[in-house]
Structures are given as structure tokens and as C-alpha cells.
Design a protein. Structure first.
Ligand code: SF4
Length: 618
């Protein structure tokens, strides 16, 4: 177990960095001017195990009130450090730096104005002038931090890069890295080391790519600042947890990350147990020499594991999303057709006439000993062979595909490699006894080193247990491999789980979070903070209910008009709190309806979606 070595950053009584455990934190969603509410919520976070509490300070007035919140927490005996969250307001940052232990600034808006997302051109001189302005303002802020022993987080978000940065680097991971490095270079020149960095996005792939790129750039420039990890606008419930596990878990497994926040649109204290669980299930392994595996599987398939099902009947096929397509077979009757949730492969040990009704596109996998019987029921049945037996029995097995399952290192022999090279029918199944991210990566590297162009299904077998823990574990171990397009398919076998749909649904959620399949409407929502202008959790529930069937769309529900529009990323539609019971609606990044009363906003969004040709009836 090894994390990337970093500097140790002092944040009040807390030290953050690679010599210390990964710290977990959360953020208040109460009004910063309401001292009592902030203190109460901070205490709930602390008692849940939060080690750092962040509070938004939209202006100088709120930054001033951090003093009261801080004092009241200390008076009640809580020493956990506080962090101020600042956007668009260097004065508020300077004020907050006097009262709290850490201040987060956003390079996209610390000195730069709100992005217009228009294509602007900057001459070298104009660009250099803006950098100079940034240096002056930021140095003044660092001076106050130094004086008060305040740490700084340089927190870059994908959705809020400045026009200046986007003019040269686009709204890309490279842009996020450059925006951050501009500030880090000032820190280095000013010998200010009490710095933590974050690069976040609601898109796990962008977030992971940006952090990896940043680490490479920092190493090149001799910088070793600790990292804060998070997926922004992850949402709530199962979706928010899995999305966070895919993004944060991948990087933790790569040995990156010294503090994390799981942003959920729920009560902030509920983020802490999820964050702790995520830290506990990841196995950091930092490798500077990680070979860059080039993935090519942009639409992986799903294997539904129904090995525990003894009798395959209509109920089972319906749960797999196969439904009657036509009554045209004189012997077997109704033939089946798969819905958009149907898996492409099904692993079963129970054979029977139901399999005859499946469409040709679906493959039934059986242990190789049963393949002859299976072919009676389904001519597309595919044999599953352990790698250790494949050289002996492979040539005798019939079928257009064969699944060869590799579990143990000792089975990877020159004879196996030779047989795999000769047999184009083979799809490899990696099923390590320890289903861990780095174990899969090493196996994939072995396959790549052998020069095999083989398709690889990633299988994980583990005992059932607490469903949330199982989900977080599997999403954190497998999600990153799909982010990198390395998996031809996913196969989850949760042993002892009574309902096979659990593994199937989890497979879909992991692939959707990795951005390689879309099974349901993608809802993203910010966690809310002191800027939130309506009841965010209720709004998310209403939007989800009304638009859950539009599975081709990405819809964002955001708490405020200040940061919400920028942070919506590439959402197709945005539903943004505008204050005084009003909502603004966006089509992409464009504001198209302003100040709609909340009670009418769902209907207005329906209309907007319909006007743009994206509506379908449920
Ligand atoms: S988008 Fe949400 S979390 Fe971000 S500042 Fe606005 S209300 Fe707060």
C-alpha cells in the first residue's frame, strides 16, 4: 500500500498529506449568516466523523460571520478546522483567511470574471497582463494566509474555467491543469507551501484524467502538494454514491488523494460514512511508471449472472427485461425481445426451453461441461472454460465464441498464450481471487504485454453483504477500468444475493457512471450550500419523478444561479434555483426561461424539452 508522497499541510490541528490517513470532509448547506444553524450542522458532521468542515462565504459579510461560527464551535469544545469556500470575491477570501483554518479559492473566478463560454482570442500580451493581475491579487491573499497560518485550497472545477483559460486550452482536463498550475507557480515563487489542490468535474472521466495530468505536471515541476478528491454534482442516493466511488475510488486506488469529499444532495452528515467506507475499501498503490493502456471498448456489454436461479421462467426473463415479441414458434410459443435494459450475455447453470425463445443477439454462457446440452436449447450458447483447462479442451469445443476464465497467476503459461493466440473465438474473462483495481490492471498489462488483441470481460465474484458496501466496493474497483475503456464487458457475481437483479443493476450503474452506457436519465445535482436558493432535495425528487423516463438526457438540478450554470457541465437541460421561489431553466449552457414560479417549473421544463424535440411519453 503506497500513496504518492506529498508535503504535509497543517490546517489548524489537522495535518493533511501522505504521512497521514486520507481525511474525510463535508460542507454545510445552511445560511452562513445563521450562526446557530451552521454550528448545529457542523457538529452533526463532526460527530459523524468529519475531519474538516467547509462553509460558503459568498461575500465579505458572510466571511465576517465565519468568526462567530468558529468561536461558537470552539466554545462548545469542537476543534475541527473550518474551511471557507470562496468564488468571485478576493476580498471575502482575505477576510475569511483571518478567521478560519483554510480557504478554498477557485482559479476560474478568483480574479477572472464569469465565463461567457464564447470563443475569445487573447494576444500573448493580453494573456500575460491577466496573469500579472492574478499574481498581484493572489499574492496579497497569500500574505494574509501566511500571517494567520491559514491553509489554501486551489479548487478548480471543470464547469467554471475562465474565458482566458478556455481560449487557449478549451474546457478540458488540460485547461483545468493549466488554470491550477498558474496559481501553484505563484505559491512556489512566494514560498507558500500550505496548499491543497482539487480538480473536480461531474464527469468522472474528466475528473480522473485531470487529476492524473495534474500529478504528472506537478512532478515535472517538482511540486508535491496534497490532493483533495471529489466528483461534483454527483447527485443523491445510489447514483450519487456509485458515481463518487467510480471517480474518487479510481484515484484512491492509484495512490492519489489525501482528503475526499463525497458530494451528495442529502444532509451533509450523510456524506461522511460513505466517504469513510470508500477510503476503507480502496487499496492505494502509487506507481510513477504506470503503463498507459489504450482502451478501445466504448460500449461494454453486461453479463447477467443468474447462476443461483434454479428455474428460468417468465418472471426471470421479465426481470432481465425480455418480453414477448411475437407468437410465432409452433413448439415454444412466444419468442422474446430484449428491452433497453436487457443484458447481452447471461450466465446460467439452469437449462430449459425459456432459452430457446431468446433473440439471437443474446448469448447464454454455461460451464463448458454443459455446452452440448445447452446447444439443444440455444444454438448461441457459449462455453466458459477455466484457463488451466483451456489448452486441453479448447479445440474440441464448438461455438463461434469461447469464454476463457483466468483467475490465478500460475495459469498464465506460454502454452495458454500460444493457444489464445491461435483461437480467434476467445473472449478472456479476468476473475481474480482478489477483485481489486490494481490486480485487474496488472492482469490487463500481462495480456497487453503478450500482444494478444483479446477482448476482456472483467468479472468480480464476492459474497453478498450490506448492499451499499458491496456497491461502493465494486464501483471503486471496476469503474476506473471502464473509464479507461479497457473492459469489453462487466460480470458481477454476488454470491448469496437472493435477487440477481442487484448485480445486474449495479453493472448498469457502474457503466453509466463511467460514461460508457446510458440506461436511465442522467441526473446531476449539486449538494447545496449556503448559497442554495430553494429546497434542493425536494426539487431533485420532483425533477427525477417527472423526467425519469427520458433515458437519453442529462438533466442538472442546481442550487444557485451564481455557480450552478457553470457547474452543470454538459447537461442537456438545467433547472436552477433563482431565489424568491423562482427557477431559471437552461438548454445546455443557454438561459432560456427566467424567474418561473417553482410550482410551474416542472411543467415549463416539460414544455422546453418538448419544444426541442427531446420529449417522449413515459
Ligand atoms: S451550485 Fe450548489 S453547491 Fe455550488 S455554490 Fe451554488 S448552491 Fe452551492
Amino acid at each position: 500500500m503506497k500513496r504518492r508522497e506529498t508535503k504535509q499541510v497543517q490546517i489548524g490541528t489537522l495535518v493533511m498529506g501522505s504521512d497521514h490517513p486520507v481525511r474525510v470532509q463535508s460542507m454545510l448547506n445552511t445560511d452562513t449568516m445563521n450562526t446557530e444553524a451552521c454550528v448545529e450542522q457542523a457538529i452533526r458532521i463532526i460527530e459523524a466523523g468529519g475531519e474538516l468542515v467547509r462553509i460558503t462565504a459568498p461575500g465579505v459579510k458572510e466571511a465576517e460571520n465565519l468568526k462567530n461560527i468558529h468561536a461558537e464551535l470552539r466554545r462548545r469544545g469542537y476543534t475541527v478546522p473550518l474551511s471557507a469556500d470562496i468564488h468571485f470575491n478576493p476580498e471575502a477570501a482575505i477576510t475569511a483567511a483571518r478567521y478560519v483554518e483554510k480557504v478554498r479559492i477557485n482559479p476560474g473566478n478568483f480574479v477572472d470574471k464569469r465565463a461567457t463560454f464564447k470563443t475569445l482570442t487573447y494576444t500573448d500580451e493580453e494573456y500575460a497582463e491577466e496573469l500579472q493581475r492574478l499574481r498581484e491579487k493572489f499574492t496579497a491573499f497569500l500574505d494574509v494566509c501566511r500571517e494567520h497560518g491559514t491553509a489554501v485550497r486551489i479548487g478548480t472545477n471543470h464547469g467554471s474555467l475562465s474565458d482566458r483559460t478556455m481560449s487557449r486550452y478549451g474546457n478540458t482536463p488540460a485547461g483545468m491543469v493549466e488554470a491550477t498550475m498558474e496559481y501553484l507557480r505563484v505559491c512556489r515563487d512566494e514560498a507558500f507551501d500550505n496548499v491543497v489542490i482539487s480538480l473536480k468535474s461531474s464527469d468522472c472521466r474528466v475528473m480522473v484524467e485531470a487529476v492524473r495530468l495534474l500529478v504528472r505536471q506537478m512532478e515535472k515541476e517538482g511540486m508535491h502538494y496534497p490532493l483533495h478528491l471529489g466528483v461534483t454534482e454527483a447527485g443523491e442516493g445510489e447514483d450519487g454514491r456509485i458515481r463518487s466511488a467510480v471517480g474518487i475510488g479510481t484515484l484512491l486506488n492509484e495512490g492519489l488523494g489525501d482528503t475526499i469529499r463525497v458530494s451528495l444532495t442529502e444532509e451533509p452528515e450523510r456524506e461522511i460514512p460513505v466517504a469513510r467506507e470508500l477510503v476503507a475499501c480502496c487499496k492505494p498503490c502509487y506507481r510513477e511508471d504506470v503503463p498507459r493502456l489504450e482502451g478501445r471498448f466504448s460500449r461494454p456489454l453486461i453479463v447477467a449472472d443468474i447462476a443461483g436461479v434454479e428455474c428460468v421462467d417468465e418472471q426471470v426473463t421479465a426481470a432481465l427485461d425480455f418480453h414477448v415479441a411475437a407468437v410465432n414458434d409452433p413448439v415454444y410459443g412466444d419468442l422474446l425481445k430484449g428491452g433497453h435494459l436487457a443484458p447481452e450475455m447471461i450466465y446460467t447453470e439452469a437449462l430449459g426451453p425459456e432459452w430457446t425463445k431468446l433473440p439471437d443477439t443474446v448469448k447464454v454462457i454455461v460451464p463448458h461441461e454443459s455446452i452440448d446440452v445447452a446447444h439443444v436449447y440455444n444454438r448461441n450458447a457459449v462455453a466458459l472454460v477455466p484457463a488451466g483447462e483451456y489448452p486441453r479442451v479448447g479445440a474440441q469445443l464448438e461455438g463461434s465464441e469461447i469464454l476463457v476464465e483466468w483467475r490465478e497467476e500460475r495459469d498464465w503459461t506460454p502454452e495458454l498464450v500460444e493457444c489464445l493466440r491461435r483461437d480467434e473465438r476467445v473472449v478472456l474473462v479476468l476473475n481474480p481471487s482478489r477483485p481489486e483495481y490494481m490486480v485487474y490492471r496488472r492482469m490487463l498489462e500481462t495480456v497487453a504485454a503478450a500482444g494478444l488483441p483479446t477482448r476482456v470481460i472483467l468479472r468480480a465474484e464476492l459474497p453478498s453483504g450490506n448492499r451499499e458496501q458491496v456497491s461502493l466496493y465494486l464501483a471503486s474497483q471496476l469503474g476506473g477500468l471502464f473509464l479507461d475503456r479497457l473492459g469489453y464487458g462487466i460480470w458481477l457475481s454476488v454470491k448469496g444475493e437472493k435477487d440477481f437483479s442487484f448485480g445486474l443493476q449495479l453493472s448498469r450503474d457502474i457503466l453509466q457512471s463511467a460514461g460508457v452506457r446510458r440506461y436511465k436519465t442522467e441526473f446531476i445535482s449539486c449538494p447545496g450550500c449556503g448559497r442554495t436558493l430553494y429546497n434542493l432535495q425536494e426539487s431533485v425528487a420532483r425533477v427525477k419523478k417527472a423526467f425519469a423516463h427520458l433515458n437519453k438526457l442529462k438533466i442538472a438540478v442546481m442550487g444557485c444561479v451564481v455557480n450552478g450554470p457553470g457547474e452543470m457541465g454538459d447537461a442537456d437541460y438545467g433547472y436552477v434555483g433563482a431565489g424568491n421561489g423562482k427557477v431559471n431553466l437552461f438548454k445546455g449552457k443557454q438561459l432560456v426561461r427566467v424567474g418561473i414560479p417553482e410550482g410551474e417549473a416542472i411543467e415549463a421544463l416539460k414544455q422546453l424539452i418538448a419544444e426541442n424535440g427531446d420529449w417522449v411519453d413515459a
